[in-house]
Design a protein around this ligand. Sequence first.
Ligand SMILES: Nc1ncnc2c1ncn2[C@@H]1O[C@H](COP(=O)(O)OP(=O)(O)O)[C@@H](O)[C@H]1O
Ligand SMILES: [Mg+2]
Length: 185
Amino acid sequence: MPKITIPNPSLVILCGPAGSGKSTFARRFFPETTVVSSDRCRALLSDDESNISISRDAFELFHFIIDRRLRLGRLTVADSTAVRREARRALLRIGRRHGVPVVVIVFDVPEDVCYHHDTQRRRRVGRAVITKHQEELREALPAIPQEGFDQVIILGAEDLRHTSVDIVPASPRRAGIVPATEGPD
Ligand SMILES: Nc1ncnc2c1ncn2[C@@H]1O[C@H](COP(=O)(O)OP(=O)(O)O)[C@@H](O)[C@H]1O
Ligand SMILES: [Mg+2]
């Protein structure tokens, strides 16, 4: 698996079942403050990362932070499952509003691996939730390349072991910033 090149700024949408390794990947390859996590938003509101009864408010906060970071031209990693089409669409819309490239990284990791990871962490989501996410992802996978993202990267479990991420300055035009000396083409 070659190096992943991520333009800065951009919106990077992580997409994958619980336990597929999204947050671990984000921690490993991106500066801490660039990562906006839906679980963290749940915790910020209710002191409980797994409190799904406040999901609506948590996602409002999630989208708000992403929106405002992109408004400031900051690289932003959206750490949520994003296995549902509406979830990806809402994030794509925010990225488009700010004229930044929108990249999706799909964690196409087998259910057993996700489940194994899940058993190894403190806060477990359980088999049923992972199975549901897997089903949603299987359904979504063929459609994701046609959903209008600038880059779609699909990583399998083996890729995750070898991949590295390069964060590179986006070309000024892509970032919506055209130098004053550059004329229209
Ligand atoms: N590539 C990997 N190899 C081994 N263990 C991993 C890997 N990715 C994640 N894990 C472990 O699996 C658990 C769940 O990973 P996490 O990143 O929290 O998943 P997600 O954010 O997708 O729900 C964590 O305890 C983490 O240490
Ligand atoms: Mg996570």
